[in-house]
Design a protein around this ligand. Structure first.
Ligand code: NAD
Ligand code: FES
Length: 305
C-alpha cells in the first residue's frame, strides 16, 4: 500500500519533478524563467509548470491567460524539461492577448496555464518522417521531431520563413535529424516556399509519414503535395479556441465530412480530410473583433472591454 501524503497548505503545491516530491509556493507557479526573441514578432517564454512538464506529450497544448480578465489563448508546448519543471511557449504577437503575454518579463508569472490538452501526436516508431514547419509553426513541429528522433525514426525537417530573421528552431531541429531551411526571398537557405523543398524530399522516396504545422495556405498546399504520393499527412489545426474543453464549439472544424472540435478531437488531423476552406473562413470571422481589440489596446478607440 502506498504512503498517504499529508494534505497541503493552500500556499503550496506539490511537484514530483525528477521523481522527488517538492513543495513549491503557489506564488511561483507559472513564473517566467527565460525570455528570448526568436524572430521580429515571435517570442519564446520558458516558464515553471512542473506538473505539465512531467506529463505532456508531443502535439499537446495549454490554454493560457496572461492576467485576470485577459483572453484565453491556446499555445502548443514547444519544448519541456521535466527535471527543471519548465515548459516552453512560442508566441507570435499578432493580437491583444498575445501582445499582453509577450510584454511579460522574466520573474513575472502567467495568471493561468491549463493543460496539457488535446490528443498527443500519432508517432511512428521506425522508418522515415518528414516534418514541415512554416514560420511560427516550426516551434510546434519541434516536439514531434524530437519525439520521433528519440524513437529512432529518421527525421528530415523542412522549415521556412519569409526571410532569414523569420527562421526559428533551426538549431533545435538539427539535433533531431536533417534540416532544409527555405526562405521566401532567398536570404538564407534555399529560395522558395517549404513546399518546393518538400517536393524534392518526397520525390527522392522513402518517406513513411509527413507532419505539417504552419499557416493554413501552407498546410493546404502540403496536403495537396503529399496526396498523389499517398503518404499519411498529419496537420495541426489552429482555429479560434475559447474554453479548450469541447464546451463552446468555437474550434469547430470539418474533417472527412464530420464536425470535429480541434481542442478535444485534435488539434492534429489527417490533412487529406481537412476542409481547409472552412477553417480559413472561420479564422476570418473574428478578424474584425481582433482589430477592434488591438485598436482599444493602443488607445485608438473608446469601446470598453
Ligand atoms: P508565414 O506566412 O510567414 O509563412 C511561413 C512559411 O510558410 C513561408 O516562409 C513558406 O515557406 C510557407 N508558406 C506560406 N504560405 C504558403 C503557401 N501558400 N504555400 C506553400 N507554403 C507556404 O508564416 P507565419 O506568419 O509565421 O505563420 C503564421 C500562421 O501560422 C498564423 O496564421 C498562425 O495562426 C499559424 N500557426 C499555426 C499553428 C498550428 O498549430 N497550425 C501554430 C502556430 C501558428
Ligand atoms: Fe471550445 Fe474547442 S475551444 S469547443
Amino acid at each position: 500500500m502506498g504512503l498517504a501524503l499529508p494534505p497541503l497548505p493552500k500556499s503550496h503545491y506539490r511537484c514530483f519533478a525528477a521523481g522527488v516530491a517538492l513543495l513549491v509556493p503557489t506564488h511561483f507557479m507559472h513564473t517566467i524563467l527565460a525570455k528570448k526573441q526568436l524572430s521580429p514578432n515571435v517570442t519564446r517564454l520558458d516558464l515553471l509548470a512542473p506538473r505539465i512538464a512531467e506529463i505532456k506529450q508531443p502535439g499537446q497544448f495549454v490554454m493560457v491567460r496572461a492576467c485576470e480578465g485577459a483572453e484565453r489563448i491556446p499555445l502548443t508546448i514547444a519544448d519541456s524539461d521535466p527535471i527543471q519543471g519548465t515548459i516552453a511557449l512560442v508566441i507570435q504577437a499578432v493580437g491583444k492577448a498575445t501582445r499582453e503575454l509577450v510584454a511579460l518579463e522574466v520573474c513575472d508569472a502567467i495568471r493561468d496555464v491549463s493543460g496539457p490538452l488535446g490528443h498527443p501526436t500519432e508517432l511512428i516508431s521506425s522508418g522515415r518522417a518528414l516534418c514541415i514547419g512554416g514560420g511560427v509553426g516550426t516551434a510546434v513541429v519541434h516536439p514531434i521531431a524530437k519525439a520521433l528522433h528519440a524513437r529512432g525514426v529518421h527525421v528530415t525537417s523542412v522549415i521556412g520563413g519569409r526571410s532569414k530573421e523569420w527562421v526559428i528552431f533551426e538549431e533545435e531541429l538539427r539535433k533531431c535529424g536533417d534540416v532544409i531551411v527555405c526562405t521566401d526571398d532567398g536570404s538564407y537557405g534555399r529560395k522558395g516556399f517549404v513546399t518546393d523543398a518538400a517536393k524534392d524530399v518526397l520525390e527522392a522516396g522513402g518517406i513513411d509519414i509527413v507532419y505539417v504545422v504552419g499557416p493554413v495556405p501552407m498546410m493546404r498546399a502540403c496536403a495537396n503535395l503529399t496526396r498523389p504520393f499517398n503518404i499519411h499527412t498529419i496537420v495541426s489545426l489552429n482555429p479560434v479556441m475559447i474554453d479548450g474543453t469541447g464546451m463552446c464549439g468555437g474550434c469547430r472544424v470539418a474533417v472527412g465530412g464530420e464536425t470535429k472540435f480541434a481542442c478535444v478531437d485534435g488539434p492534429e488531423f489527417d490533412g487529406h480530410k481537412v476542409d481547409f476552406d472552412l477553417l480559413a473562413d472561420r479564422l476570418q470571422t473574428y478578424r474584425e473583433f481582433e482589430q477592434r481589440a488591438n485598436a482599444c489596446a493602443d488607445g485608438k478607440c473608446n469601446i470598453r472591454r
